[in-house]
Structures are given as C-alpha cells and as structure tokens.
Design a protein around this ligand. Structure first.
Ligand SMILES: CC(C)(COP(=O)(O)OP(=O)(O)OC[C@H]1O[C@@H](n2cnc3c(N)ncnc32)[C@H](O)[C@@H]1OP(=O)(O)O)[C@@H](O)C(=O)NCCC(=O)NCCS
Length: 222
C-alpha cells in the first residue's frame, strides 16, 4: 500500500506504507518533445496525484474526452448517460477518496498557470468479470481504468507521461501486471497501449446504455 507525500522540493511522491519517506519515486515532469510541440513550444507537462479540489476539472476533461473513446455506433444519449452516471464531479470526488484507486492528472503549465489536460485512473485488482479473470493471469494486478487526454494535447507526450507515471505507481504498489479494456474500434488507443508494452490477452463486453460494446483486454507485465 502506498500513500502520497511531498519530497523536500514539494513534489508529489509515492511512499510505501511503512517505508522510509526519504527514498520516494518522483512522479513525472516532462517537457513536450514530439512533433506537435512546434505549436506548443512552451508546454511543460507535469503528472501528479489529483487532489480533491481537482474533481470539477477532472469531470470536465472526462466529459470532453469520453465520447472520443466510443465507436460511432454508440448512441449519443447512451454516451451522455454514462458521463452523467460515472464521470460527474460527485463521481470524481468519490474516486479521489477511494483507497483502492488513484487518479493521476497531467497538467500543462505555462508560467504560473496550470490546466489539467488529461488524467488516468488506476484501480487495484481485476474485479469479478470472468472474462477478465481469464485474460489477466498474473496477480496482484492493477487496472488502468481510464486514460484520457484532451485533443489539443494528443501526440504531445502528455499521454505517455501519464502512462509512465501509472506504470511507476503500479510497480511501487507491488503489482505484477497492469491491464485495461479498450474498445475494439479504438485503433489509436490500441496503438498507444502497444507502444507502452500492452498486448491483447482477451476480450470482454461492456454495457453502454442499451448497447453492448466489445473491448479488447490488454495486459502488460510489470
Ligand atoms: C488514447 C490517448 C490517451 C493516447 O494519447 P495520444 O497522445 O493520442 O498518444 P500517442 O500520440 O502517443 O500515440 C498514438 C498512436 O496512434 C497512432 N494513431 C493515430 N491515429 C490512429 C488511427 N486512427 N489508427 C491507428 N493509429 C493511430 C499515432 O500515430 C500514434 O502512433 P505513433 O506514435 O507510432 O505515431 C488519446 O488519444 C486519447 O485521449 N484519446 C481519446 C480517449 C481514449 O480513447 N482513451 C482511451 C480509452 S481506452
């Protein structure tokens, strides 16, 4: 188990429960270096554990980005209902206080201003879906439950910084594997996950309102 602490410079760090706090793993801070940076030259992305006060900003990013992960066949009212039920400010408030979850946010810093441009949420375990139990063989495992970045920051390295911090957190938490579900039609996300070492290990179905979506289950050893 881990807790969040600050190091001497005030940076957020993970500290294992019962471990000394003078050798923490610092979370990512990254200057953009991808081709997209020609238009975002001053961008500096920092990844930190989200705080309770970030719930509204996270919900806004979630509402803007969740539709991007849905296939064109998904009904707009089902997508809207999912956002209202699972991605509200109240929901993020609950996620942020759940001891088995961690939300990491990516912020774009420009001078003194910081804006959340993406987030990931990790959940300990594999849940109760037998399809996932079959696909994810290693234990303990951590789910990369959400990985969302605003379109303005796609291909800038922000998502990669989030993923690196997620993997660091899962390793420090003692997980043997990380897993996730991604829509079968979401080719961009699948490519991103493959770049970060995830492989398709199975599939699962996912209820979105009246429809049933098919996800690949992707797994990576840690
Ligand atoms: C998934 C996401 C976090 C990845 O971040 P990103 O900044 O786009 O990722 P990257 O640019 O580093 O990697 C994407 C890769 O897919 C490629 N790609 C882009 N469009 C593609 C497409 N239509 N089909 C296949 N690959 C595609 C990119 O070229 C890149 O590969 P490369 O680095 O080898 O060139 C981001 O796209 C996102 O938030 N998408 C919307 C929400 C979403 O789908 N989340 C995942 C839910 S499971």
């Amino acid at each position: 188990m881990q807790r969040i602490a600050k190091d001497r410079d005030g940076a957020a760090v993970w500290v294992k429960q019962g471990a000394r706090s003078d050798t923490p793993a610092r979370l990512g801070t990254e200057s953009g270096r991808h081709s997209g940076m020609s238009t975002l030259a001053a961008m500096a992305i920092s990844v930190t554990p989200a705080a309770d006060a970030d719930a509204a900003a996270l919900a806004a990013v979630a509402a803007a980005t969740f539709p991007l992960a849905c296939p064109p066949s998904a009904a707009a009212e089902d997508v809207a209902a999912f956002i209202a039920t699972h991605l509200s400010v109240q929901c993020f408030g609950d996620y942020l206080t759940d001891p088995d979850r961690i939300v990491l946010s990516a912020s774009d810093s420009d001078g003194d201003s910081h804006r959340i441009v993406g987030y990931t949420m990790l959940i300990r375990g594999v849940g109760t879906d037998p399809d996932i139990g079959r696909a994810v063989r290693q234990r303990p495992a951590v789910e990369v439950s959400k990985m969302y970045v605003l379109p303005s920051h796609h291909s800038t390295g922000a998502a990669s910084a989030l993923m690196r911090a997620a993997i660091d957190w899962a390793r420090a938490d003692g997980a043997a594997a990380a897993w996730l579900g991604v829509n079968e039609n979401n080719a961009r996300a699948q490519r991103f996950y493959r770049k970060h070492g995830f492989e398709i290990a199975g599939s699962r179905t996912f209820r979105l309102g009246g429809g049933t979506e098919s996800d690949f289950v992707m797994v990576r050893s840690l």
